[in-house]
Design a protein around this ligand. Structure first.
Ligand code: DMJ
Length: 614
């Protein structure tokens, strides 16, 4: 035996031959440290790795958990521990089998079905945790969410249609990504200068594009983007602002956008935000007649009208375009006030005499009298007529008052405003104190779709006639695009001074990505399946760009550098639906608000009534 092995380790110069038992004090200390670090690591892993609590209970507390189980369970008795163990093992086996079955079941489901199940489970938990009266922490009643059919679609069979639809989704992706990159959180994007743009229509409320785009993202199945938008809404959408907003714009874009996002996804945050904003809009109705102000300070609750609006009048298309959203707000909040406010508007209107059966655009909210006698189915008047028809449809055709008001108004429009040009183009003129102005706005082009949508319910055998009118308006609006250099429609076009469907005034030659013409093509396609509507829509896609242009007759575009939020909410959505099958957002289950936000039909048959407040 070498001498060195007999010597203590400390005295040995050659460590390789040292005995392991003969460590120096410092080395012992290091070893101890390593050992204790190892133990800490093991415990750390048990405590801090995901789901470590389960591991911990499985590894360490198994027997005590078993004891607890057997002690508190219905079978708890003092019978021998062997019997207990058998029962426990049987229970574990049963639980495992159940979990396996559930997992198998889940694997067979589509991702959206799984998502929906999770939402329903969550809601169950919320319901169970709610106290008496069935209200949640936000003081909202429990609503059993059931998604109406057709929230998402499927690929069209025809390859060309499929490609075109995919192209529109690409356009949406591009518009969204650019907004996300350069203007996230602002109201809109300036695509040329690559920065945010804020419109004073929304005061200092932010994120108009996000809220307006939510449902389009959803129906196009852009779920990653939808989730990012939802996250922004949860964390940043704030209505506690000291700012004056347009009641109409905030209602159609924000309340409408939030309601649709709720009905499509079932996410409670959207219901909560929609109701919160709706409540903030209620002070606008504090006028002697209950006809709301156009502008409202959300903090002070003080309202007023546009200074240019005929002696302080409220505007037909503004106060008349709250009905759909407010009916749903009552439904989702359990607060009847929203519905009462909009039903009162109808009462006021029904008490008034109408010149030639027409509704003037201006109404004084103090006196309850008409202002200037200007009638238009375009700007200032348009969506009032749309909401009469859609209120009837959204009520599952029970709102007879809305129905009558719509068809009576349409008759007066046909008699007094609708004309045919010498070149055979049907148009809807404007009426000023009894005189016709032979001008049709781009906004008026939505009327083709509206008339087609209402044709089926038209009284006295007028269905065919109204479908023809709708088709003629679609053709006129297509001509207004076809007769320009950029193949995009001007803001307004005229039928006088020797022109037809052409803008003659410089300030009417611009195009701001408006959706109305595409909207009409979409309705006409659904009702006729005439391929020309898809062709016309495709022509527009090829001419379209990310922002508006100042003159559609100038061959070189002069950009306006604004990507309007309604481009994502409406123009791209209607284009996508134009190239989708009819069971995507089917008309017997959904009605579009004037910003193209789909709201479900409130079914009269209780068994099929989705989203009913309990
Ligand atoms: C949208 O905000 C709505 O469609 C509104 O009813 C009219 N104008 C724009 C789009 O052009």
């Amino acid at each position: 035996m070498p001498v060195a092995t007999l010597l203590p380790f400390t005295a040995t110069p050659n460590r390789k031959s040292a005995s392991p038992t003969s460590f120096r004090l410092t080395e012992k200390f290091i070893l101890l440290l390593v050992f204790s670090a190892f133990i800490t690591l093991c415990f750390g892993a048990i405590f801090f790795l995901p789901d470590s609590s389960k591991l911990l209970s499985g590894v360490f507390f198994h027997s005590s958990a078993v004891e607890t189980n057997t002690r508190t369970g219905p079978d708890s008795s003092d019978s021998g521990s062997a019997g207990n163990d058998d029962r426990v093992l049987a229970k574990i086996r049963k639980d495992h089998e159940k979990a396996l079955l559930e997992a198998k079941d889940t694997l067979q489901k589509r991702p959206d079905e799984i998502k929906q199940d999770i939402i329903i489970e969550k809601e169950k938990v919320v319901k169970e945790s709610m106290g008496q009266g069935g209200k949640d922490v936000n003081n909202l009643p429990f609503v059993e969410y059931r998604r109406p059919p057709g929230a998402t679609g499927h690929e069209p069979l025809d390859p060309e249609t499929r490609d075109r639809r995919a192209k529109i989704k690409e356009m949406m992706k591009h518009a969204w990504d650019s907004y996300r990159r350069y203007a996230w959180g602002s109201n809109e994007l300036r695509p040329v200068s690559k920065q945010g743009h804020s419109s004073n229509l929304f005061g200092s409320i932010k994120g108009a594009t996000i809220v307006d785009a939510l449902d389009t993202l959803y129906i196009m199945e852009m779920f990653e983007e939808f989730d990012a938008a939802t996250d922004w809404v949860e964390k940043n959408l704030d209505f506690n602002v000291n700012a004056e907003v347009s009641v109409f714009e905030v209602n159609i874009r924000f309340v409408g956008g939030l309601l649709s996002a709720y009905y499509l996804s079932g996410k409670e945050v959207f219901r909560r935000k929609a109701v919160e904003l709706g409540e903030k809009l209620l002070p606008a109705f504090k006028t002697p007649t209950g006809i709301p102000w156009a502008l409202l300070n959300l903090k002070s609750g003080i309202g007023r009208n546009w200074p240019w609006a005929s002696g302080g009048s409220s505007i037909l298309a503004e106060y008349g375009t709250l009905h759909l959203e407010f009916m749903h707000l009552s439904k989702l909040s359990g607060n009847p006030e929203f519905a009462q406010k909009v039903m009162n508007i109808r009462k006021v209107l029904n008490r008034l005499d109408k010149p030639q059966g027409l509704y003037p655009n201006y109404l004084n909210p103090n006196s309850g009298q008409w202002g200037q006698h200007h009638v238009s189915v375009g700007g200032l008047g348009d969506s009032f007529y749309e909401y009469l028809l859609k209120a009837w449809l959204m009520s599952d055709k029970t709102d007879e008052e809305g129905k009558k008001m719509y068809y009576d108004a349409l008759q007066a429009i046909e008699t007094n405003l609708m004309r045919k040009s010498s070149g055979g183009l049907t148009y809807i003129a404007e009426w000023k104190g009894g005189l016709l102005e032979h001008k049709m706005g781009h906004l008026t082009c939505f009327a083709g779709g509206m008339i087609a949508l209402g044709a089926d319910g038209a009284p006295g055998d007028k269905t065919g006639h109204q479908m023809e009118q709708a088709a003629e308006i679609a053709r006129t609006c297509h001509e207004s695009y076809a007769r320009t250099a950029l193949k995009l429609g001007p803001e307004a076009f005229r039928f006088d001074g020797g022109v037809e469907a052409i803008a003659t005034r410089q300030n009417e030659k611009y195009f701001i990505l408006r959706p109305e013409v595409i909207e009409t093509y979409m309705y006409m396609w659904r009702f006729t399946h005439d391929p020309k509507y898809r062709e016309w829509g495709w022509e527009a896609v090829q001419s379209c760009r990310l922002d508006g242009v100042r003159d559609v007759y100038a061959p070189t575009p002069n950009h306006d550098d604004v990507q309007q939020s309604f481009y994502l909410a409406e123009t791209l959505k209607y284009l996508y639906l134009l190239f989708s099958d009819d069971d995507h957002l089917p008309f017997d289950h959904w009605v579009f608000n004037t910003e193209a936000h789909p709201l479900p039909v409130i079914k009269k048959d209780k068994t099929d009534r989705p989203n009913e407040v309990e």
